[in-house]
Design a protein around this ligand. Structure first.
Ligand SMILES: [Zn+2]
Length: 225
């Protein structure tokens, strides 16, 4: 299963990736995670990307492509992988096709209203780090207070509605050409990510199996919450 996962903030990309990673032992490869790790370890690559990441600029195509190419040579990707955060430009998308045959791009299409509700409803406990949502489960039992320690929950600046709307707009501007590229090469699977995970995930899984994209044995049984 060689797939690319595309989705705006609030689409639930992380949860989808985690499901396939746990159930089928297919590695979830996030370029953002790789960069953070390399920076933390102080490697040569880490030093090269640090200046971009820290100033909020995009890491240049040639560096990202090199990183992904190297990662996809690791033995754990033999049965496939789920790429997250890459490709994000047409240049990267074409380069990826030269590195490996991508089976499908899964586009988790979430509406702006649902994305805003999911993210702007998030509340985090400053003491224990537990994450709640005032609109969805797990909701705090008492308004804006942590169930475990009673601390006043925090609304992160990144999760404020106006910030979420801006991130949503930037996502679409950035990924539109990439989505169209996979659509025109008939490799796009579009998922209605507004609907709850337990409804959408089994359908997506079935499509992947029926199209022969997902053909690895079960690793462990995973329940959808
Ligand atoms: Zn707490």
């Amino acid at each position: 299963m060689r797939v690319v996962l595309i989705g705006a903030p609030g689409a639930g990309k992380g949860v989808y990736a985690q499901y396939f990673e746990e159930k089928y032992c297919i590695p979830h490869i996030s370029t953002g995670d790789i960069f953070r790790e390399e920076i933390a370890k102080g490697t040569e690559l880490g030093l090269r990307v640090k200046q971009y990441v820290e100033s909020g600029r995009l890491v240049p195509d040639e560096i990202v492509i090199e990183v992904v190419k190297k990662r996809l040579q690791q033995p754990d990707t033999e049965q496939g992988f789920i790429l997250d955060g890459f490709p994000r430009t047409i240049n990267q998308t074409r380069a990826l096709d030269d590195i490996v045959a991508i089976d499908r791009a899964i586009y988790l299409n979430v509406s702006e209203e649902v994305a805003v509700k999911r993210l702007s409803g998030r509340r985090v406990c400053p003491l224990c780090g537990r994450v709640y949502n005032i609109y969805y489960e797990p909701k705090p039992r008492v308004d804006e207070k942590c169930d475990y320690d009673g601390a006043q929950l925090i609304h992160r600046p990144d999760d404020k509605p106006e910030v979420v709307r801006e991130r949503y707009r930037v996502f679409h501007e950035t990924f539109k050409p990439v989505i169209e590229y996979y659509r025109s090469s008939r490799r796009l699977i579009e998922v209605n990510a507004d609907r709850p995970l337990r409804e959408v995930l089994p359908v997506l899984e079935k499509v992947l199996i029926e199209t022969g994209v997902l053909r690895v044995p079960l690793c462990r049984d995973v329940k959808i919450e």
